[in-house]
Design a protein around this ligand. Structure first.
Ligand code: ATP
Length: 322
């Protein structure tokens, strides 16, 4: 029997482009004659039945907005069998036959648990960390890269004016993709990522000293969230190099803002694809992009995959920043 009603929810950390994805899911489903409900605050709203009917107009004027109009949340209760059963019961009561889950790894585990209990789910990878193994680019990553780059360009202006060093922490959780790509884009003298062991003296102090010998007077050191410690590093750099050093943690500013063209288009394509999967009777799938082609994987298989770190780009970063 064809699906008549689906739900869409956003879960875990928000990411720019989530709204574009909500719009795509809603419009793609309505286009096919399928009803859509939005679920407020992810799995929290799924358990309590906090639903809103979605129309063509409820997703007007959101493609350009950061955050998520459906709000996001994390829920411990949803990890329990009782919580899971509440969610299933709410969906049954409202005639919901499939759910599109926008989020990261944790949210996909939840989607898998729901699918196993008879509610078909499809996941869309939305996270600025780009840490979904099966997916080259997650929704939100490109915007966060650009936001971090713009912020660090501003820091560079002031570092340059005062012959300073800026040691900057960018987000990424346990992954260094954001840090590495931003480091290349801003010409950082050094980048520290969790995937590659570092030696502070060799990889930070000696690089600054060597560049200073060639006349360089201001420096950006990029540190991934998964390495951390910028507040402690700043005085160490200042003491060892003589350059006044300031620490900046960019923080949640990287999660906000209007999504880039890339993220809007990716979210639109992925949202449309997710609906087609559900309507074709597929479930427990995560939508991904590789070489600009959309694909889908079984959630369990996707969660087992390991994403290789771009060691070549790391070498490029090292060889170009001096
Ligand atoms: P981000 O990467 O941005 O943090 P995420 O989706 O990984 O996003 P999590 O906090 O890990 O964020 O997960 C979001 C929600 O998904 C959790 O609050 C919980 O309700 C649900 N969830 C996480 N892990 C599981 C699991 N193993 N089983 C069932 N539900 C889960």
């Amino acid at each position: 029997m064809a699906i008549k009603k689906i739900a869409v929810l956003t879960s875990g950390g928000d990411a720019p482009g989530m709204n574009a994805a909500i719009r795509a899911v809603t419009r793609a489903a309505l286009f096919k004659g399928v009803e859509v409900v939005g679920v407020y605050r992810g799995y929290v709203g799924l358990m309590s039945g906090d639903f809103v009917p979605m129309t063509m107009r409820s997703v007007s004027d959101i493609i350009q907005r950061g955050g998520t109009i459906l709000y996001s949340a994390r829920s411990h209760e949803f990890h329990t069998e009782e919580g899971m059963q509440k969610a299933i019961a709410q969906c049954r009561a409202h005639g919901i036959e499939g759910v599109v889950v926008l989020g990261g790894d944790g949210s996909f585990r939840g989607a898998q648990d729901l699918t196993r209990r008879g509610l078909p789910c499809v996941g869309l990878p939305c996270t600025i960390d780009n840490d979904i193994s099966c997916c080259e680019h997650t929704i939100g990553y490109d915007t966060a890269l650009n936001t971090a780059m713009e912020m660090i360009d501003k820091l560079r202006d002031t570092s340059m004016s005062h012959d300073r060093c800026s040691v900057v922490e960018v987000m990424g959780r346990e992954a260094g993709y954001l840090a590495l790509n931003v480091a290349v884009a801003v010409g950082a003298i050094s980048v520290l990522v969790p995937e590659i062991q570092h030696d502070f003296q060799r990889d930070v102090i000696d690089r600054i000293r060597a560049a200073a010998l060639t006349g360089k007077k201001h420096f950006i050191v990029l540190v991934a969230e998964g390495v951390g410690g910028v507040l402690e590093m700043a005085p160490q750099i200042e003491k060892a190099t003589g350059f006044e050093t300031r620490a900046t943690i960019l923080g949640h500013v990287q999660r906000g803002g209007s999504p880039s063209v890339y993220d809007r288009v990716l979210a639109s394509r992925m949202g449309h694809y997710a609906v087609e999967l559900l309507l074709a009777g597929q479930s427990n799938r995560v939508v991904t992009v590789q070489n600009d082609r959309l694909m889908d994987f079984d959630i369990e298989e996707a969660l087992r995959m390991k994403k290789p770190f771009d060691e070549h780009l790391f070498r490029v970063a090292q060889e170009l920043s001096m």
